[in-house]
Design a protein around this ligand. Sequence first.
Ligand SMILES: [Zn+2]
Length: 459
Amino acid sequence: MPQPSLKIDRARYLLTVDGQRRIIRDGSILVEDGRITRVGKADELASVRADRVIDARHLVVTPGFCNGHMHISYAHPVRGIFPDDQGSPLKHVFALQAAMTEDEEYHATLLGLVELLRNGTVCFLDPGSTKFPDACLQAYTDAGIRVIMGDGVTDREAPWPLARYDTAEAVRRTSAFIDKWHGKLEGRLRAWAMPFSPETCSPELLQALKRVADERRTGLTLHHGSGDQARKEYQARGAKSPTQYLESLGVLGPNVLLAHALGIDDAEVDCVARTGASVAMCPVTAAKGARGAGSLGRMPELLARGVSVALGCDSPNNSNHLDLVRAMNMAAIQYKDARQDMTQIPAEKALEMATRVGATAMGVGDQIGSIEPGKRADLVCFDTQRPEWQALWNPVSNLVYNTDGRSIHTVVVDGRVVVDGYRQAFVDEPRLYAKVQEIGEQLQARTGITFPHSRWPVV
Ligand SMILES: [Zn+2]
């Protein structure tokens, strides 16, 4: 049975992010059977009827947001426990993750989905951190979101407790995962190969997983970083840099998404551009973690070379929020400041990374990322009847510099309204919040991983 049709009627602005980057004032969109079929001036679509019509006179409509690196499964119950000056929490992160039960991961994921959707994310990539995909599938189904997931694997000793297998087993698990999951959720779920990083996987494993991704026409993502120290270490082993090492193995290509990619030099930027690989950068994680995006981040150079760069929120203990509007804001301001150059990352570039360009980086650019006839209907509607949207002259500037996800009024995924007038309908939020708080208490008690909850006396 076809889905009910939907009309977004008389939007104050439609930011289409289409081929011409048209901004349509007083625009309407028709959605039929989950797909955008018409986009234009409201008057041109005035006679068009639909099963549901949303009065969008006070709304600014954008394509749905794509989050290219987002560990959804573990962090919500313990969000905020790590002091903001303690350095890398990774040792604790992976120990907490390993300790989570299926029920705990399901509820943490559910909360992640509420936060993602209410902040306009319609498609996210979990880089192999979900331990219980069968349980989480129910949450994804209920939420109606798009997800890219995989079985996170390594075959080498790592400084943290990661899932480690022998090489053949890691390859077998990855193939089996993709065969089982790819295309589920009526095509909204994509399964990728997900080796953790070049340092925790052997060259044989990386090459084998790239072959698995190629053969199954799907993607591969891994954590990636470089820098002076890393280049020295790789040079001692005969490679020029971490990125050139991956290229020499044949592991880079258009279906590969490198996460973070901080510290890459000019030659490594060339290497990413040459091979057609994409990058997911997490600007808030980089800033909060004092990672030096200013000196080590190459977002402007990657974009200038035509590399598709997606934005990510990493995990709720890194950026601490799952709001891509705030990630766009950080991307747009951090390079201006770091380079003392106001021409870096204009607001329009930031919006492209969250939509069209990010969707391409994540391999879904043919389906979503812009408001055009033929694309699946993934839409975000911002409520302009709020102080932060005043005055409204340049909607892209207001979106990136004035607002955050809290003014998101309505979200549509695949033609279905999943957030409707600020409300989602797939979970009872107060009950879920209480449950996740309780899980956090139990996890800290069970693992002994806890920290003073405040520097100030709590009385
Ligand atoms: Zn990550």
